[in-house]
Design a protein around this ligand. Structure first.
Ligand SMILES: [Zn+2]
Length: 298
């Protein structure tokens, strides 16, 4: 729900195609914030719902009705700020899951905490807002919608990783890169940042990549630089991790991909490298995959 001072047009009940009654004329959105505990296991941010609310007394996500003009991401972040005091600049969205009932959908934004959060009940809909260990979620009476989505969401807590073979992708685009390798690498890293910020629809991922059925992913993107392109690493865009290969670029790509948690993609057309990536559990896609995503108008 919205505060009176910016009440949206989404407040109201609707009946979905499955015959349920839901809050939010244009659907609803919620934030699944998560972070690692000291022992490496995950914990998620939950709202203990006020008794008077729909499914009162249960535990679920900070969320609520979306306004007609509002993206799911904007709606989820607004609700989390209003109801749980979550600073939107302290979370990084990794994925979007659409639980579509037909005529109504609940969209969950998965986001990892990248800075200290100070969650607390800041709206009238929360009894409490707490970090809760994923392993102990079964101890709580969960909101039925959240409980149903949880098996999918749990599998999606690890973000998609995309590793870009910068030399190979550069070489696939005849834009004069051979005259200025560092400049061309810099341009490609900018494209990588576009991918990280804009994300990739789940439908654009290769079928053979095992992953959760998310509608959208905001991947962690890294670019591996070698040779004369290395000087581009002095001015990398902040949305991209730059890995500078000390020797062979291929060796650096395989070593980097090996330590990433799936799902993971490597962007390269190099056949031998594609085979080596498969050995470390990464799925390879060609340069066109990346270039189509970043060059098409959004
Ligand atoms: Zn429904």
């Amino acid at each position: 729900m919205s505060h009176p001072d910016h009440r949206g047009d989404g407040d109201g009940w609707v009946e979905c195609s499955l015959g349920h009654r839901h809050w939010g004329r244009f659907g609803a959105a919620g934030l699944l914030a998560h972070r690692a505990r000291p022992d490496g296991s995950a914990e998620v941010l939950l709202q203990h719902r006020a008794e008077w609310s729909h499914h009162g007394g249960t535990w679920g996500l900070l969320g609520g009705a979306r306004a007609s003009h509002e993206s799911p991401l904007a709606g989820a972040l607004r609700e989390a700020a209003e109801e749980g005091g979550v600073d939107p600049t302290h979370v990084h969205p990794d994925g979007q899951y659409d639980d579509d009932h037909g005529g109504w959908a609940y969209v969950t934004i998965l986001a990892r905490a990248v800075d200290h959060l100070d969650p607390r009940p800041t709206g009238g809909e929360s009894i409490d807002v707490v970090w809760w260990p994923v392993d102990r979620l079964g101890d709580l009476p969960l909101h039925p919608g959240f409980a149903e989505s949880w098996p999918v969401l749990r599998d999606a807590l690890t973000p998609l990783s995309v590793v870009v073979d910068v030399a190979n992708v550069m070489g696939s685009r005849p834009d004069g890169w051979w005259r200025d390798r560092a400049g061309a690498a810099q341009r490609l890293l900018t494209s990588c940042a576009t991918l990280a910020r804009g994300g990739v629809p789940g439908s654009a991922l290769p079928e053979q990549l095992p992953r959760a059925p998310l509608a959208h992913w905001w991947p962690h993107v890294s670019g591996v630089l070698e040779g004369a392109a290395r000087s581009a690493a002095q001015h990398p865009p902040d949305a991209v991790e730059v890995v500078v290969a000390p020797g062979s670029g291929d060796d650096a790509i395989v070593a980097h991909a090996a330590v990433l948690t799936p799902p993971k993609l490597v962007v390269t057309a190099d056949r031998e490298l594609r085979r080596r990536c498969a050995d470390v559990g990464a799925v390879a896609v060609g340069p066109r995959w990346l270039l189509d995503l970043v060059e098409q108008p959004r």
